[in-house]
Design a protein around this ligand. Structure first.
Ligand SMILES: [Zn+2]
Ligand SMILES: [Zn+2]
Length: 311
C-alpha cells in the first residue's frame, strides 16, 4: 500500500490520491511534528510530474524548509503552510535543483507578511548568494519598504555557512545535525537530521550510497532518501547532447532505490521515503517498481514520494 493510500485510509477520506488530497490530510494532522514533501523529482528541468527538491518540517507552527528547488514558495502555498511561518532554511548542496528558489523563498515570504528572523544554513557561497540576491532585487525591496510599510528584508536573514559535519543548531523544538554525504564533485554536500520531541526525520540530500547517511539516520523514524531507477537513466538522457557525460555523472553520485533500501535497513529506520526520483517523470517506471526495488533489502515501510504528501 502506498503512503498516499495509507494516509487516505487513516484520515478516513475518500477520493483519488495525489495533490488534491494533500490539503485535506493537512487539516487532519495538525498536531505534532509534520513532514510535507514539496518537490520530489530529481533534476532542475521544469516538468509537469513534480517539482524540484524541497521539503518542509513544521514543528509547533514554525516552518523548517530543506532545499529550495524551483517553485518551493508556491508549493508551500499549496501545502497550506503560511509563508510568514518560515524560520529556517537548509540547503543540502549547491545544485540548482536544490537552490534555484532559495532567494525567492525568503523574498516572496516577506511579501506574504514575514516580519521575523529567518536563519539559513548551507554550503558556501550561501552568504554571497544571499547578499547578491538582495542587491539584484533592491529596486523591488526598497520600493515595498517605502511604499507598503514593510520591514527591511535583509536584516531579517541570518546566513550560516556550513563546511563540516556535526551539530548545526538546537532550540527548544528541535536538534539539527548535519553529515557530509557523497555527491562529488559538489563538495560539501550535506544530509540533515531533525530530532524533535515526537519524531526524528532525516533528509539524505543527493548522495551515492553512504555510510555517513547510515550513521546519521541510525534509528530514525523517517528517512527521505535520494532514489534512482538505473534502468530509466538511458531514456532520461536520450535527447541531450551531453548524454554520455551526464549519464556517468548521474550514476556516480546518486543511489538506486535498491541501495536506498540497503541504507535504510542498515540504519534501522522505520519508514523509507523515496524522493529526488531519477528519472523524475518516466511513466514506464511505476510506483510498484520503485517499491519492489526498495523492498529488496528493506523490511520497514516504504513510501514513493509525491509532491504535497504529508508523512
Ligand atoms: Zn539534485
Ligand atoms: Zn545534486
Amino acid at each position: 500500500m502506498t503512503g498516499i493510500r495509507r494516509r487516505d485510509f487513516l484520515a478516513g477520506v475518500g477520493g483519488a490520491a495525489g495533490a488534491a488530497l494533500a490539503p485535506r490530510l493537512l487539516a487532519a494532522q495538525r498536531a505534532g511534528t509534520r513532514l510535507i514533501l514539496l518537490g520530489t523529482g530529481g533534476g532542475p528541468r521544469p516538468r509537469k510530474a513534480n517539482s524540484a527538491s524541497a521539503q518542509v518540517i513544521v514543528i509547533d507552527g514554525a516552518a523548517y524548509v530543506i532545499d529550495c528547488g524551483d517553485g518551493v514558495a508556491r508549493q508551500l502555498a499549496f501545502a497550506g503552510v503560511p509563508l510568514p511561518t518560515l524560520r529556517h532554511v537548509f540547503v543540502t548542496h549547491q545544485h540548482s535543483d536544490h537552490t534555484a528558489d532559495y532567494g525567492n523563498l525568503v523574498w516572496l515570504a516577506w511579501t506574504a507578511g514575514l516580519r521575523s528572523r529567518v536563519d539559513t544554513w548551507g554550503p558556501p557561497p550561501l552568504e554571497k548568494m544571499t547578499r547578491l540576491f538582495f542587491e539584484m532585487n533592491a529596486a523591488d525591496i526598497d520600493v515595498r519598504i517605502a511604499d507598503e510599510g514593510r520591514v527591511p528584508l535583509a536584516p531579517l536573514v541570518h546566513v550560516h555557512e556550513l563546511t563540516a559535519a556535526g551539530l548545526v543548531f538546537q532550540d527548544e523544538h528541535v536538534k539539527v545535525t548535519a553529515a557530509l554525504v557523497r555527491h562529488p564533485p559538489v563538495v560539501p554536500a550535506f544530509g540533515y537530521r531533525f530530532d524533535a520531541g515526537d519524531r526524528s526525520i532525516v533528509i539524505s540530500g543527493d548522495t551515492a550510497p553512504s555510510d555517513e547517511v547510515i550513521a546519521l539516520a541510525r534509528g530514525a523514524d523517517v528517512l527521505v532518501h535520494d532514489a534512482m531507477f538505473p534502468a530509466g537513466v538511458d531514456r532520461l538522457i536520450a535527447n541531450v547532447p551531453n548524454a554520455a557525460t551526464l549519464k556517468r555523472s548521474i550514476l556516480s553520485h546518486h543511489t538506486s532505490a535498491e541501495d536506498a533500501g540497503r541504507v535504510a535497513q542498515a540504519a534501522g529506520v522505520k519508514t523509507l521515503v523515496l524522493s529526488h526520483l531519477v528519472p523524475p517523470d518516466d511513466p514506464a517506471i511505476t510506483d510498484d517498481m520503485w517499491l519492489a526495488s526498495a523492498r529488496t533489502h528493506f523490511h520497514g515501510t516504504v513510501i514513493v514520494g509525491k509532491d504535497l504528501l504529508e508523512i
